[in-house]
Design a protein. Structure first.
Length: 229
């Protein structure tokens, strides 16, 4: 079945920084999103990571250190529940929508490894849908930001409670469906859309990395690859 025609799962993580290899997850939002947009939480929980929470993360998310201390649960508990839920989702064949999956999926994998909790399913059979990759592929030369907020605005999707896992996950699923409505080339089954995303991300990465030195841009090259496990 074409991935966008049935229920979706949506995953969003909030963390202490931007390097998925070293930062800590502070919030997990994993939801089932029905075709009518109804969202039901599977895992929605703050985590007390046991490390300092940078001020800039509080400024972005509104999550305060005292929130993690009072409402956060132990990483092992939340991450174990998240892995079990993802395994069930994959077994049921539900696609998992993640905005910027080349960050969130490796971040979750690193945290699971850090706490000795096992490994994420391979991709596929896990079907990851990344609206960022799809949008860049479909509208390659559109100028401007490609943050979730910017792309949601472009497709007419409202974000409630931005920069929190629940709000971002719901918006990500809505954006994914809207992209599928706009571009029939994405009307594919699970393995086919994953193959398209893998190649689309590779092409974008190579093109972007070639562009940087030509424009004299001083920033690190993109090294992230599409998730495979």
């Amino acid at each position: 079945m074409q991935w966008h025609k049935g229920p979706l799962a949506a995953l969003d993580l909030e963390a202490t920084g931007t390097d998925p290899r070293s930062v800590r997850i502070i919030e997990v939002g994993l939801f089932r999103i029905d075709v009518d947009g109804t969202s039901r939480p599977i895992v929605e929980q703050l985590i007390d990571p046991g490390v300092d929470l940078p001020t800039r993360i509080t400024e972005i998310t509104g999550i305060r250190p005292q929130d993690l201390e009072s409402m956060g649960r132990k990483p092992e508990e939340v991450l174990s529940a998240t892995l079990s839920a993802i395994e069930s989702i994959v077994e049921d064949g539900l696609p998992i929508v993640i905005y910027n999956a080349t960050y969130d999926w490796p971040l979750l994998a690193a945290e699971l490894k850090r706490h000795g909790l096992g490994s994420l399913p391979s991709v596929p059979p896990a079907i990851l849908i990344d609206p960022l990759v799809l949008d860049r592929h479909a509208d390659r030369y559109r100028k401007g930001s490609r943050t979730l907020e910017a792309i949601a605005a472009h497709y007419g999707v409202r974000i409630d409670d931005a920069h929190r896992a629940g709000g971002d996950a719901a918006a990500t699923a809505a954006v994914a469906r809207e992209i599928a409505r706009c571009y029939s080339e994405f009307h594919l089954d699970g393995p086919e859309i994953v193959a398209l995303e893998t190649e689309a991300h590779r092409r974008w990465k190579n093109s972007f990395n070639e562009y940087l030195p030509k424009k004299g841009r001083r920033r690190s090259l993109v090294t992230e690859v599409w998730p495979t496990g």
